[in-house]
Write a protein that binds this ligand. Structure first.
Ligand code: PLP
Length: 370
């Protein structure tokens, strides 16, 4: 019999033992089990998903594709690559695809990070940048936000000869704030040659006028942009995202990815979703109206919030954990923000009009508002 003296933990790569664990938004099923509540009236406003569901064109394409799923997917995502290449006016070899943009961020780590590298990021930026940095035993250099917004001057000052990557979400999750386009471009042009600038555009399709980083790539600057089908296209469960950059950079990232990292169904869904302008426009309108409804509610009730250009709102409710717990007991799931250093806040994803009403009603009760 083997002894208990040597455990798997003793054999683990020591950095794995220090690796923090990502806490996702709580799924509806889990909350229903925990609190014994009715699944049909439980709503999730916790992971910035699309409240209108998945793109109908994507779903239609997927339904007629299911018989093909006994075959491996196209590892190179040929059709999706062609489609995006036409849409964005970039060469097909300038793309890299991932199991969500999360995987693309990890591929950046695989391709470029080594132990001891420094990675500059906002202190309250999307937490995956820090997790990926630690995964590769690199060092996160966290720069505090100012007014809930990335402080580009302070980030520039944090860059040194050990810096390998700088992450900037445009806009940031969880704050919903966006740096002005001209400042992002100036910042990119000010970075030294040995620094790779990663701009996370997960919510770009919600913006009226997203910053265009393609000129930077054309100028030969070291820029990688990441995007996702999880948000406005409503395909979070399919898991598909992409990065675009120079062909040289994309080929390095392609070396380190698993051969069939984007499943065939996700590829079919993403291709069809790119043609679903009607759904994208409806999603944007639903989001604008919902943001307006929630910000009006905050103003009327003197709750401070961070003006957002994303599909979520960071609201100061006094005690974020208490409010999160009270809301989930009545079937409304939001996200407590203590892990981001905002213990007084919750982040609320924008829902449908009915979901937003429900959120407002439950918040009124929980916060004792009239
Ligand atoms: C800023 C930001 N980047 C990236 C992601 C990852 O999205 P996905 O892996 O679903 O593409 C998210 C998800 O919430 C996000 O908020």
């Amino acid at each position: 019999m083997p002894s208990d003296n040597l455990r798997f933990t003793d054999l683990a790569n020591p950095s794995v033992l220090k690796q923090p664990i990502y806490e996702p938004g709580k799924p509806i099923d889990l909350v229903v089990r925990e609190f014994g509540i009715d699944p049909s009236t439980t709503i999730k406003l916790a992971s910035n998903e699309n409240p209108l569901g998945a793109s109908p064109k994507a779903l239609e394409a997927v339904r007629s594709f299911l018989d093909e799923t006994y075959l491996y997917p196209d590892g190179g995502c040929y059709l999706l690559r062609q489609k995006l290449s036409e849409k964005l006016g970039l060469a097909p070899d300038q793309f890299v695809f991932g199991n969500g943009s999360n995987e693309v961020i990890e591929l950046i780590g695989h391709a470029f990070l080594k132990a001891g590298d420094e990675v500059v990021m906002g202190e309250q930026a999307f937490i995956v940048y820090k997790l990926i940095t630690l995964l590769f035993q690199a060092h996160p250099v966290e720069v505090p936000l100012v007014n809930f917004t990335h402080d580009l001057a302070a980030m520039a000052a944090a860059v040194n000869e050990r810096t390998k990557l700088v992450f900037l979400p445009a806009p940031n999750n969880p704050t919903g704030t966006l740096n002005p386009a001209d400042e992002i471009l100036d910042f990119a042009r000010s970075l030294p040659e040995h620094v790779i600038f990663v701009v996370d555009e997960a919510y770009a399709e919600y913006l009226e006028d997203p910053v265009d980083l393609r000129p930077l790539i054309e100028e030969g600057r070291k820029v990688i942009c990441t995007r996702t089908f999880s948000k406005i296209y409503g395909l979070a469960g399919f898991r598909v995202g992409y990065g675009y950059c120079s062909a040289e950079c994309a080929s390095l990232m392609n070396r380190v990815r698993e051969p069939f990292n984007v499943n065939a169904v996700a590829q079919v869904a993403a291709i069809a979703a790119l043609d679903d302008d009607e759904f994208v426009n409806a999603s944007r309108e639903c989001n604008d109206a919902g943001l307006q409804m929630l910000t009006n509610f905050c103003k009327e009730n003197r709750l401070s919030y961070v003006p957002s250009v994303g599909n979520f709102l960071l609201v100061n409710v006094g005690d974020g954990m208490r409010v999160f717990q009270e809301l989930q007991k009545v079937g409304v799931i939001v996200r407590p923000m203590a892990p981001y250093g905002f213990p007084e806040h919750v982040r609320i994803s924008i829902g449908t009009a009915a979901e937003n009403q429900r959120l407002i009603a439950t918040l009124q009760t929980t916060l004792g508002l009239s």
